[in-house]
Design a protein around this ligand. Structure first.
Ligand code: FEO
Ligand code: CA
Ligand code: CA
Ligand code: CA
Length: 690
């Protein structure tokens, strides 16, 4: 059995990890092999003939260019106080939208935007007058009795009690009125075996360590008073590790379906573990949702049926060769043919109860879930917005059947924790253009896939719609999007923001060309769509939309910054979104090294007033890393990011012509006792604070 042969690890990883994405002409030099199974180098899973709107695209873009006026240049500009402030949002999504939530905005963050940092600079950069500190890093002890991180002698047992790898989604949930206690909840999306392990670790143990390094973490934070930086508490009561071995309950209409049964689980109701958890969202009732994204890459499958190919399952995807350790990763066998169907869900975790089994919500559909973010509609129903992060895939909406019960009490909480178990799933079709100029303005509709517990797609049973959601959606012709990542409602203004990260295949021969909501061919920089529910009702069929940002170097043709014509920071590949207390948008990026030649970062975007569309960079992460999970506690003067896959490769490997490994890592971002790269959750605060 061989997983990562030592000879390959210590000599030339290109033999083991062929980095298909590097060799295809025109592809960006990012490591995709362990992240998403080289998704962008695989055939586009969506081969359907969806609707196209090419006719008016050129017209749209030319009108946009006129509106934009002269190109802007990279910014060094101050923010804080400019523009029209939005009403402050309710805390953590607890206030229904539609009713007024007005008040006097309190102090927002102010900072001097940093200049873009070249992608060879191996540093985390914050604005002048700010500092950064890690809160917790890969391998730090989480559970009681967990050993200190010792990467040279790592074991699966140790890893299962320590902070996992590649932190992605992040929230910092303050849990007391004094502001001295908080819960850090975090996803661990995937593992970079090549830089995690020293030579000599047994291959099967390596796999088990990786299973334990996936999943999620819940960690208690403390500080003595407001204004102090947070520290984490090893072994605290609510600390939890969720891994690829944690039992999950399956709920919703497809629970128990024959499509979900395997030899190890003939009931189809209990799944072992979660994985490739990308983004997520925190609910008003205090649970955390997490999206299972590129699950296909862990399985060997026949790849011979649409139910497999539409999800990217194939005979060549299992780069980690886990099936050599556990047969469940081999979907070519009758025993485990359905194991891939048990991933690709939205999972819900109650961070206040370490003993509660996390839940996989079948009612919310199965696809490559980036994440899910909820808002309470004015009628009390819960509405979740979700993206399927694949080239030419779709944006989805879930509306709960039952209504949210606000207020304290275990009965209410129990009720709310079931809200995502039943409801209606729909998928978005966009029409019109993305300019609010009175000419063919953007509109759209939510096309139902399920309603009142029934399938709305001819030829698909309810279970089939939920387990093979991509195929069901294809049948109703939604709009193919450019890899929708975070799809997040803004609690301050009730609008939804969609980060389409990029799609270099758009417009390639045989593939769909530009459309109004995806306005560029060979879209390497991505864009952000703003969606507005009809009548402010998140359950309505109709919506309007516009393009907020068409990202890139502001000097480049075709970029657009919400009509703002002053200086802006270059921004590329928007991925995760967050809002501050004023409802202003923050965007973290994943891909700038290969498009702009700069490190990825965190950006503030003004949404209202004459500065709408103004982009200002707050932070930049080290070489090879992406910026994930931004959390902005502007009233507290704190910004948090998850620094994911530092030193993975990117420009570092291009420079050194070598895939980085444990011995020669690509970066050392943690300032700590371990010289190697270490994914970390970082807080940025004013330098003068304690
Ligand atoms: Fe894991 Fe869609 O990024
Ligand atoms: Ca228009
Ligand atoms: Ca992401
Ligand atoms: Ca990402």
């Amino acid at each position: 059995m061989t997983l990562l042969p030592e000879t390959d690890r210590t000599t030339d990883h290109r033999r083991l990890l062929p980095m298909v994405g590097h060799t295809k002409a025109g592809r960006s030099p990012v490591t995709c092999h362990l992240r998403c199974g080289d998704a962008c180098a695989q055939p586009v899973p969506n081969q359907t003939e969806g609707p196209t709107f090419r006719d008016v695209v050129e017209q749209t873009m030319s009108r946009r260019s006129v509106l934009r006026g002269m190109g802007a240049t990279a910014a060094v500009a101050a923010i804080g106080g400019a523009g029209t402030a939005l009403a402050p949002p309710a805390a953590a999504g607890t206030r229904p939208v539609g009713g007024a939530a007005h008040g006097t905005p309190r102090t927002s963050l102010s900072f001097i935007a940093i200049a873009p940092v070249t992608s060879t600079v191996d540093e985390l950069t914050v604005p002048s007058g700010w500092r950064w500190d890690p809160i917790i890093r890969w391998g730090d002890p989480v559970l009681k009795g967990a050993p200190q991180f010792d990467p040279a002698n790592q074991s699966s047992r140790a890893q299962a009690a320590q902070f996992g790898y590649n932190n992605d989604y992040l929230d910092i949930i303050v849990t007391d009125r004094r502001g001295t206690k908080a819960l850090l909840v975090c996803n661990h999306e995937y593992t970079n075996e090549n830089i995690m392990f020293p030579p000599g670790i047994d291959a099967s143990e390596q796999a088990r360590i990786a299973w334990a390094a996936h999943g999620m973490s819940v960690v208690e934070l403390r500080r003595r008073h407001r204004g102090e930086r947070w520290t984490y508490v090893p072994g605290a009561r609510l600390n939890r590790r969720i891994t690829l071995d944690t039992p999950f309950a399956v709920d919703g209409p497809a629970a128990g379906s024959p499509l979900l049964r395997t030899k190890a689980d003939p009931t189809g109701r209990t799944v072992r573990g979660t994985m490739n958890n990308c983004a997520g969202g925190t609910t008003p009732w205090g649970s955390v949702l997490s999206g299972e994204e590129n699950f296909n890459q862990y399985f060997k499958a026949s790849g011979s049926t649409p139910r497999e190919t539409r999800y990217g399952l194939s005979a060549t995807q299992d780069s980690r060769n886990w099936r050599a350790v556990d047969p469940r990763w081999d979907a070519t066998t009758a025993d485990y043919a359905n194991e891939p169907n048990r991933f690709g869900w939205i999972v819900e975790v109650d961070p206040y109860d370490p003993t509660a089994a996390p839940v996989k919500h079948t009612a919310m559909g199965r696809f490559k879930h980036e994440g899910a973010n909820v808002i309470i509609n004015r009628d009390g129903r819960v509405v979740a917005y979700m993206g399927d992060d694949e080239r030419f895939d779709y944006v989805y909406r879930f509306v709960s059947k039952e209504r949210y019960l606000p207020g304290p009490g275990s009965r209410r909480r129990k009720h709310n924790l079931k809200l995502l178990s039943q409801g209606d799933l729909s998928v978005a079709r966009f029409t019109g253009d993305g300019l609010d100029d009175g000419v063919s303005d953007g509109s759209g509709e939510w096309i139902p896939l399920t309603r009142d517990g029934r399938s709305m797609v001819p030829g698909f049973s309810l279970e089939e719609v939920l387990v093979f959601t991509r195929l069901a959606a294809d049948a109703v012709q939604p709009t193919k999007m450019d890899r929708p990542e975070d799809v997040q409602p803004n609690l301050a203004n009730g609008r939804i923001y969609i980060a389409c990260t990029n799609n270099t295949d758009r417009g390639e021969v045989g593939k769909e060309g530009p459309t109004e909501p995806n306005p560029r061919a060979a879209n390497k920089d991505g864009h952000v769509v703003e969606l507005i529910p009809a009548r402010g009702d998140h359950t309505s069929t109709g919506f309007t939309w516009n393009l907020l940002l068409v990202c890139g170097d502001p000097k480049s043709a075709g970029t657009y910054f919400g009509g703002y014509t002053g200086e802006v920071s270059p921004i590329s590949c928007p991925d995760n979104l967050a809002f501050d207390s004023r409802g202003q948008l923050w965007i973290s990026t994943d891909g700038a090294p290969s498009t702009l030649g700069t490190n990825d970062g965190l950006f503030h975007v003004t949404l209202e007033g004459r500065d709408r569309g103004r982009v200002q960079q707050f932070l930049s992460v080290p070489t090879g890393a992406e910026t994930c999970g931004p959390v902005v506690h502007d009233r507290d003067g704190s910004v948090f990011v998850a620094v994911q896959h530092p030193g993975e490769d990117g420009s570092w490997s291009a420079q050194k012509s070598l895939f980085p490994d444990y011995v020669t890592p690509g970066t050392t971002p943690d300032r700590g006792d371990f010289a190697g790269p270490r994914p970390s959750v970082v807080q940025a605060t004013r330098a003068r604070r304690r």
